[in-house]
Structures are given as C-alpha cells and as structure tokens.
Design a protein around this ligand. Structure first.
Ligand code: 5AD
Ligand code: SF4
Length: 427
C-alpha cells in the first residue's frame, strides 16, 4: 500500500518535471512516505529524517517533505515543526493528491507548509502513478478501514472505508494489461468489504467476476483479507477466474479465542479453520499465507500455545510474524497486562522457528518440479534472475538474456527457506 502511494507521489513529481535519482545529494526534493503501524517503523522514519539534516545544510534549496500515516498520527506534525526545522512540508494520508500544490506553495514562499486534513469522505481519482515495479502493478480498490482491531492504528490514520467505483478499477486494470503488465495486485486494508459503501449490488466477489472479463495473459492477486468477511461467493469467484492466483493472504493474528476477542477480530480459531476449509474446498491447491502477532496484552503461555497449534493445523505456505507494538490512541494500548519484552522475544523466536519449519516443508515439495514464474528482476549480488510463481514463491535462475516481464519455466534444483533455485527450461 505504502509503496503504491510512493508511486503516486512520484507521479505528481514527474508530472512537474522532476525525475528520479538514487543519489540524495543530487535530489531537489526528498519525500518521506511514512508508516506508523508499528513503533519500529516510526523510529526508522525519524532516524532517516534526522540523517538528512546535513544535506539541507549543504544545499538549502533542497525541499524535504514528510507524508503518509505517521504524519497523520496525532502529535507528529507538531513534533516535526519543533524538532525537525529542516523539514519543509508535512502532509497526511487524506490529502496526498494535493502534494504538488503544497510543493508549489513552499517554493513560492519561505514558509514551511503543514497540511494535515481530516478524512474528506471522498475517494480521489485521476492520479497518474509513476510505476516502478514492472511487470507487477498495484491498484488501490479502496482506502481506510472500519474494523478497529484493538491493536491497530490504521483506522485512526486512514479514516473510514471508501471504495473506488468498479468501472474505475476495471479500466485501470485493463489499461495496465494493455501496457504489458503481467501481474496486478488489488489493494485495500480489507478488500473483502469492498463495495459496502457504494450504491447498488457491488461486492468484492462481483468485482473479481468482472475483472475475469479482461482479456490477456496476466495474473491477479489481492490483499489484505479479513477472515470474518471472506465469503463463499468470493472463494468461488477466485476459483472461476482464470487470472486469479491460487494464493490467499488471510491474517489470523492469534490462535487463542480469548485473545482474538480482545483484539476485536470477530472470529474464533474454529471460524478461521472453517474459512481455510472453504478455500481448500473450491481451490484445493491454494496457498494460504498469514500475519501472526505475539505479545498482545494479557497473552499467556497457553494463548501462545493455541497460536502454535493453529499454525500447525493450517500449514501456512508462509507467515509474516509480528511482535505486538503499543500504538497511542488504540484500545489495546490502554489495556492492563502488557507483556514484557523478554516474553515477547521468546515467543516470537519460537513462532518464527515453527513458521520456518513449515516454510521448509512447503518449499521441499518444489524440488525437481517445474514451476512457471513471471520474471520480475535481476539480483546483481546473486547474478540470477528472479520471479514469483502463482503461489507467491520466489524462484531464482540463470539466464544470458534479459527475461524481465516474461513467463519462465524453471526446474527446481534447490530450495533455501522461502526461496527456490532452478534452471531455466528452454524448448
Ligand atoms: N503491533 C504489531 N503488529 C501489528 N500489526 C498491526 N498493528 C500492529 C501492532 N500494533 C500487524 C498485523 C497486521 C499487519 C499488517 O501488521 O498483524 O495484519
Ligand atoms: Fe488494522 Fe484490523 Fe483494519 Fe487490518 S482490519 S487495517 S488490522 S483495523
């Protein structure tokens, strides 16, 4: 989501005649698109920002801007105003599309520009992202979140759910396919509630059905899902859409019903397993990935054991694991029974070990098989091209010619954790 927003900001800048550079010293404008979902992301952003002070000293005309959800967080703009005087522009999540005008304003006067606005309630169309991820492209289908999981800051900094019209999404995806993009990922905090705020009978399953009409060879992915909202209709739509990858990211967060309740996730571990079975019923080969958190307030060893049990039961193809991080303004931040850092560390290590073991088992099944990947990049260090298969596994292989954007068959000869290594099959 953030990467795609950076593409939108880059789009605004390129339309103004700026072009990208990887050298900070050459830049005329540096924009930080920040995230505040966990505390370390925030500390990282402030650290990077502080490191730019010397650049501004060297080149006073340099414009430094800070946007994204950290900027939208209560108190951040004030903190930057006082402690980071070399920052020229601060803008939030609800007015990203106005960044160009804030830049003009700053260039026309000596005044710093601070523009944090409230959720305006309308989704903005017409931005022209400067895409940097060919052959993959991201398409936002909605913004915001209504769920208020008690640990999460997203609903506070991104506002309520707002869906784009299905026509706008269809036309953006179609255009990308015509331009030669080979993989499109639909983005939303909870794509399963797509359309709830729109008039008429539109939901995520019907959007997926509609996108199946687009001609061309491309893969369709989407994220993120919420288990409580994942419907049978959607699973059927994915199964019936030839473009859809057989991969569903279904964040579980915890395997303990008590903790799930405290998190306000509105499902139990049994409900979650039911959704997994629903997916397997219609898409037997579907890979399921997840997000899991340890150390939520009051989490006991037994709760944690429940999480490990669930992980074993489901057999995720891969999992993103997180240590609970206190976020100001959220309900969980005010809960009694915050878990000590030592316990969190111990649990995350045990969880990661289990997930790695599952990943190894999943990857081992690939040995000697031939998989089709869309070549997306060249890894200079490894001297290998790389691309993902439809289940999201990254495969590395050698080629003398540039194959970026091509469908490649590779025979898997080695696996290492989540990565596959193979030889290109040429016919
Ligand atoms: N602490 C730790 N992890 C969090 N996530 C969201 N909020 C927090 C938090 N306060 C994780 C969730 C979510 C993923 C994107 O980030 O697991 O699914
Ligand atoms: Fe955060 Fe929950 Fe919304 Fe996901 S669904 S963005 S975890 S509040």
């Amino acid at each position: 989501m953030n990467i795609h927003e950076s593409e939108k900001l880059a789009g605004i800048l390129t339309q103004k005649g700026y072009f990208p550079t990887e050298d900070n010293e050459l830049a005329d404008v540096i924009v930080f698109n920040t995230c505040c979902i966990r505390e370390n992301a925030e500390q990282h952003a402030f650290g990077n920002l502080g490191a730019l002070k010397y650049l501004k000293k060297k080149k006073p005309s340099l414009i430094i801007a800070v946007g994204g959800c950290m900027a939208q967080e209560e108190g951040t703009a004030e903190k930057i105003k006082e402690s980071y005087p070399f920052v020229d522009i601060v803008f939030g999540t609800h007015n990203l599309e106005l960044f160009g005008s804030y830049l003009d304003e700053r260039l026309a006067s000596k005044k710093r520009v601070f523009k944090i606005t409230d959720d305006s309630g309308k989704i903005k169309e017409g931005l022209n992202p400067f895409r940097t991820s060919y052959p993959n492209a991201w398409v936002n289908i909605m913004q915001g979140c209504n769920n208020f999981c008690t640990y999460c800051i997203v609903p506070y900094v991104r506002g309520r759910e707002k869906s784009r019209s299905k026509e706008a999404i269809f036309s953006e995806v179609q255009k990308l396919v015509l331009l030669g993009y080979k993989e499109v990922t639909l983005l939303g905090q909870n794509v399963n509630s797509y359309g709830k705020d729109l008039d008429g009978d539109v939901n995520f399953a019907s959007l997926i059905d509609m996108l199946s009409e687009i001609r061309g060879d491309f893969r369709l992915r989407f994220m993120t899902n919420h288990p409580k909202d994942l419907t049978e209709d959607l699973v059927k739509a994915v199964a019936n859409n030839k473009h859809c990858c057989h991969l569903i990211h279904l964040p579980v967060q915890s395997g303990s019903d008590r903790i799930l309740k405290l998190m306000n996730r509105r499902y139990t571990s049994a409900d979650y397993i039911e959704k997994v079975n629903l997916i397997k019923k219609y898409i037997p080969d579907c890979a399921i990935t997840t997000d899991i958190m340890v150390g939520f307030p009051t989490e006991t060893e037994q709760d944690f054991q429940d999480t490990l049990e669930l992980v074993k039961k489901v057999g995720f193809s891969s999992a993103f694991t997180f240590v609970y991080s206190r976020r100001k303004g959220t309900v969980a931040d005010k809960m009694e029974g915050q878990v000590s850092e030592d316990i969190k560390k111990d649990r995350i290590m045990r969880l990661v070990e289990l997930c790695n073991e599952q990943t190894r088992i999943y990857s081992a099944k690939y040995l000697t098989k031939t998989v089709t990947v869309i070549c997306e990049d060249y890894d200079k260090k490894k001297g290998l091209y790389l691309g993902r298969d439809e289940y999201g596994r990254m495969g590395y292989f050698k080629s003398d010619v540039n194959l970026i954007g091509e469908l490649c068959n590779i025979n898997i000869t080695d696996v290492n954790g989540i990565s596959l290594y193979g030889t290109l099959v040429t016919d």
